[in-house]
Design a protein around this ligand. Structure first.
Ligand SMILES: Nc1ncnc2c1ncn2[C@@H]1O[C@H](COP(=O)(O)OP(=O)(O)OP(=O)(O)O)[C@@H](O)[C@H]1O
Ligand SMILES: [Mg+2]
Length: 228
């Protein structure tokens, strides 16, 4: 059963795009042929970094049309993982149209894996609860939480760590993993030069590359815990 990996988080700036790039990089390192679905039409940063690669496409998820395109794409690319980068404001659309995707998963023979990327604030959690109302965990949908250590050490995610939401997620088999912090200047290289991690690992100066490779290894370990 191949995967649809939805990088959620809803809140702006929690690291969704960074996690998305790392997921694509991880899947490629495993010999998979992932397809990026960029739904952040206002700021398609992951798409820009991967568009040289033909396996990247942009779909607007604010309309029912977009969800139809997404399901058809999932059908036409069976066997390949789809990785969806979502925008900060996508939750309303998921609320409205998410069922379109959910109702087709069995026929597509796919499973949906949501990676909910959080910072240390309350809204990340509230929005996750809303998301789960629309797309509940099931035998075809699993949600895992990614604590983005860019915002601090794991113990600083106190609101999440002590929350009922965490208990609920982990009781359904969801995991909590820590996504590593990358040195700011290398993160800025990725953003300003619009590089995929693979390209950055080939093109950056040696010092920046060394930091990138340190981070990449840890990122792959975190992601492998969720996807393998
Ligand atoms: N683990 C990390 N290490 C280093 N920098 C990070 C990390 N996570 C996020 N950042 C930085 O924080 C900023 C926001 O990250 P990113 O663009 O991935 O968030 P986002 O959730 O996709 O934002 P948006 O909601 O605007 O799409 C970027 O400058 C990025 O480089
Ligand atoms: Mg983003």
């Amino acid at each position: 059963m191949s995967k649809i990996i939805m990088i959620g988080g809803s809140k702006g700036g929690t690291g969704k795009s960074t996690v998305c790039s790392a997921v694509l990089d991880y899947l490629e390192s495993q010999g998979n042929d992932p397809i990026l679905v960029e739904t952040d039409t206002a700021n398609p940063d992951v798409y820009k970094a991967h568009k040289a690669n033909s396996r990247a496409t942009a779909i607007e998820l604010d309309t029912s049309e977009g969800w139809i395109d997404l399901v058809n794409l999932a059908d036409n690319t069976r066997g390949q993982p789809l990785v969806i980068n979502t925008a900060a404001r996508n939750l309303t659309a998921v609320g409205k149209f998410g069922k379109t995707l959910e109702s087709t998963l069995a026929e597509l023979d796919r499973e949906l894996i949501t990676l909910w990327t959080i910072n240390r604030q309350r809204d990340s959690l509230e929005l996750m609860a809303d998301y789960l109302e629309t797309l509940p965990v099931s035998d075809r949908h699993m949600l895992h939480v990614v604590r983005n250590l860019y915002f601090g050490e794991p113990e600083k995610f106190q609101l999440y760590n002590d929350s009922g939401t965490r208990k609920r997620i982990e009781s359904t088999g969801g995991k909590t993993v820590d996504f590593p912090d990358l040195a700011d200047r290398v993160a800025d290289d990725l953003a300003t030069k619009r590089l995929s991690i693979k390209r950055a690992s080939e093109e950056l100066p040696i010092g920046n590359r060394a930091e990138l490779l340190r981070w990449r290894k840890l990122a792959h370990i975190a992601i492998a815990a969720l996807l393998s």
